[in-house]
Design a protein around this ligand. Structure first.
Ligand SMILES: C[S@@+](CC[C@H](N)C(=O)[O-])C[C@H]1O[C@@H](n2cnc3c(N)ncnc32)[C@H](O)[C@@H]1O
Length: 225
């Protein structure tokens, strides 16, 4: 068996055994595409990974930045207790409306608050208390460094900050050059910050387009650095 065949067999096995979508989840992105939304949600493997961390943290409050049609949000909300809350921020009113109907169809609307607005306008208005257990970044890549500083205000010690598209299709790991686009420059700066700030322990998992995982040990120390 060639390396490529083995990789695709293994990917299929992982999907089938660890990341099976139920009917509601499977319907979200085909329906969103039909309504004209872009096909840029995470995949089922990342969805399951989010669930594992949310469940493992015994999270009851999760913040998502970048809702789209609610695909990753549904994975997250399903891992919350019945009285838990996913607060999800979305700049585009049409995306937010589609997400709302998907959360409703999945029977999860009572544990989701959709905040419509640009993240950098909404985040400073969010109170730091009660804190969030997990923060999931998936909106404007060039804004990740700014999202991080806001997130450090309201993630509890022992919580997680997770971020999607950490590899930006191979552009982040390429040889740096003066022509690098702002999202690549910002992503590298975000990676430096989450790996070098005191009070944070981070890694990058090469699943799909890369997901960074940051254990937040001492957010105040990280903020002050
Ligand atoms: C990659 S998609 C999110 C995918 C979603 N997390 C999922 O996996 O199902 C990014 C979303 O962020 C939204 N967005 C773009 N700019 C934003 C901003 N400044 N603030 C908040 N959301 C924004 C886009 O409209 C889009 O719906």
């Amino acid at each position: 068996m060639s390396r490529n065949e083995r990789d695709s067999r293994e990917a299929e096995y992982i999907r089938d055994v660890f990341a099976t979508e139920d009917g509601e989840l499977a319907a979200v992105m085909p329906d969103a595409r039909e309504k004209g939304l872009p096909d840029i949600a995470v995949d089922a493997e990342v969805g399951r990974f989010l669930q594992v961390l949310v469940a493992g943290a015994r999270a009851s409050r999760v913040l998502e930045i970048g809702t789209l049609a609610g695909y990753s949000g549904i994975w997250i909300a399903k891992a919350l207790p019945a009285d838990g809350k996913l607060v999800t921020i979305e700049a585009d009113g049409k995306h937010a409306a589609v997400a709302r109907s998907n959360f409703e169809r999945a029977g999860l609307l009572d544990r989701v608050d959709i905040l419509v607005g640009r993240a950098l306008d909404v985040l400073p208005e969010l109170p730091g208390d009660p804190p969030f257990d997990v923060v999931w970044l998936d909106a404007v890549k060039a804004e990740y460094p700014a999202y991080l500083e806001e997130a450090l205000r309201f993630v509890r010690p022992g919580g997680w900050i997770l971020a999607d598209n950490a590899l930006l299709g191979g552009r982040v790991a390429a040889e740096p050059s003066d022509d690098d686009e702002p999202d690549v420059v910002a992503m590298r700066a975000f990676h430096r910050r989450i790996t070098q700030a005191p009070g944070l322990v981070s890694t990058l998992l090469p699943i799909r387009d890369g997901v960074t995982v940051t254990a937040v040990i001492d957010p105040a120390a990280a903020r002050a650095s």
